[in-house]
Design a protein around this ligand. Structure first.
Ligand SMILES: [Ca+2]
Ligand SMILES: [Ca+2]
Ligand SMILES: [Ca+2]
Length: 242
């Protein structure tokens, strides 16, 4: 029972907190070859690791020892097209390890793809190069750099890699409060707080209150004027009865 609870807690943590992952996209061909379509380190969630299939995706350390391994099958027949295709795209997210030295793809124990990855995500040479980005190598890649990674840092610089919702700097300040782009009074005060209107509303309210306050004594005076003859008549009647 305790193990089940621990596992559930671990799953919950994984889903709530993104971790450092190697995102790899491979185009795998039917003729047992493959080419790299994308490779970077980002914050995300690892994809589920399969353990059945004749393809093996492996990450090895510097001693060629496997530190990550997953298996899968590929079916090149596409039902919708009613025919086989030459290639399939495989996209995986693997938990990052500083020991990762090489990525290898095997098919029936035959190597169809391999790439050295040691130091490609950060070599600390003060240049944003190789497969570095602001997340994997902030020392070399400043925020806003074109590095195939949307950093979303609020620093007044629009990151060229961001789509519309990735970086508030790309649209906050255009005088339009765009709620669908996560702009509100907190995130983008200069677009979402209209100071002039607020001041006007405050002034109008203050003036109205002051005018109402001035009217109150006038109303009281009129009421007293109406009440005095009534009171006088009642007192007079009481005296006659005495
Ligand atoms: Ca570098
Ligand atoms: Ca960037
Ligand atoms: Ca920015």
């Amino acid at each position: 029972m305790r193990i089940v609870l621990l596992l559930a807690f671990a799953v919950l943590l994984t889903s709530v907190f993104a971790v450092k992952v190697i995102e790899v996209d491979l185009v795998v061909f039917k003729n047992d070859s493959a080419k790299l379509a994308g490779l970077r380190v980002i914050d995300g969630e690892p994809t589920d690791r399969g353990n059945v299939g004749d393809y093996v995706l492996r990450v090895e350390d510097i001693n060629n020892k496997s530190i990550h391994e997953e298996k899968f099958n590929l079916n090149f027949f596409v039902g919708e097209l009613k025919k086989s295709v030459d290639s399939k795209v495989v996209s995986r997210r693997i938990l990052f390890s500083p020991a990762a030295n090489r990525i290898v793809l095997l098919h029936n124990n035959k190597t169809v793809f391999e790439k050295e990855i040691f130091n490609v995500f950060c070599n600390s040479d003060k240049k944003c190069n190789n497969l570095e980005n602001h997340f994997s190598c902030a020392s070399d890649c400043k925020s806003g750099t074109k590095d195939n990674y949307c950093d979303g840092v609020i620093d007044g610089i629009c990151d060229i890699d961001c789509s519309l919702i990735g970086d508030l700097d790309c649209h906050c300040g255009n005088k339009i409060c765009e709620g669908d782009l996560k702009e509100d009074r907190k995130t983008c005060a200069k677009d979402c707080v209209v100071n002039v209107s607020v001041e006007n509303v405050t002034n109008v309210t203050t003036t109205n209150v002051a005018e109402e306050e001035k009217k109150v004594p006038g109303c009281l005076g009129l009421a007293l004027l109406l009440l005095i003859p009534l009171l006088y008549n009642n007192v007079k009647k009481l005296r006659i009865q005495e």
